[in-house]
Design a protein around this ligand. Structure first.
Ligand SMILES: [Fe+2]
Length: 207
């Protein structure tokens, strides 16, 4: 069984003007598609591994034969991270998209960071400082929200943590519209966050 690229859950232009349609199209149809294909190619001779849910595969990379482990870490991470990424954004102007957080995550953000502005500042600074390509993440550890970054396509799943929210700081995520201005992209991106999906993932992270 092969991993499948889920269709984009909205139109290419749905994230305008904060994320342009061309970036979304290339990012999903080319980059995410390539991670998907490369992961399937790597596991072509390992049907037992290829049958595992992607989260299980990345939680336990030690189960992957050493010869393809780095490949699975990179391509499988790329496949999984982007799958989450698309669902964590939504059409501009829709209910629960962008703006201040809603639901249980809003209260947890206030409890752990003081307020939404302080939370965004910490998240954006952490993601902006990630050297080279990587991701900024929100996870839940020891009863508190925590913001971290990872290099390349590494996922908190491999550290035993469940991703609640993430942003892609590979240049392919923003370069066409924002060029080298990663902080501008990070600031604008909050207009796209799907707080319904963040709350769904937060409930899973709390267990
Ligand atoms: Fe990406």
């Amino acid at each position: 069984m092969a991993y499948e690229l889920a269709p984009l859950p909205y139109d290419y232009a749905a994230l305008e003007p904060f994320m342009d349609a061309e970036t979304v199209k290339i990012h999903h149809d080319k980059h995410h598609q390539t991670y998907t294909k490369n992961l399937n190619d790597l596991l072509a001779n390992n049907p037992e591994l290829a049958a595992k849910p992607i989260d299980d595969l990345l939680r336990n990379l030690a189960q992957v034969p050493e010869a393809i482990r780095t490949g699975v870490r990179n391509q499988g991470g790329g496949y999984a991270n982007h799958t989450i990424y698309w669902t964590l954004m939504g059409p501009v102007g829709s209910d629960g998209i962008g703006g201040a957080p809603i639901g249980p995550i809003a209260a947890q953000i206030t409890a752990d960071f003081g307020d939404f502005e302080a939370f965004k500042k910490t998240f954006n600074e952490t993601a902006a400082k990630q050297f080279g390509s990587g991701w900024g993440w929100l996870v839940f550890e020891a009863g508190k929200l925590k913001i971290i970054s990872t290099l390349n396509q590494d996922t908190p799943l491999s550290q035993g943590l469940y991703p609640i929210l993430l942003n892609d700081v590979w240049e392919h995520a923003y370069y066409l519209k924002y060029q080298n201005r990663r902080p501008d992209f990070l600031a604008a991106w909050w207009n796209l966050v799907n707080w319904h999906e963040v709350n769904r993932r937060f409930a899973i992270a709390k267990g």
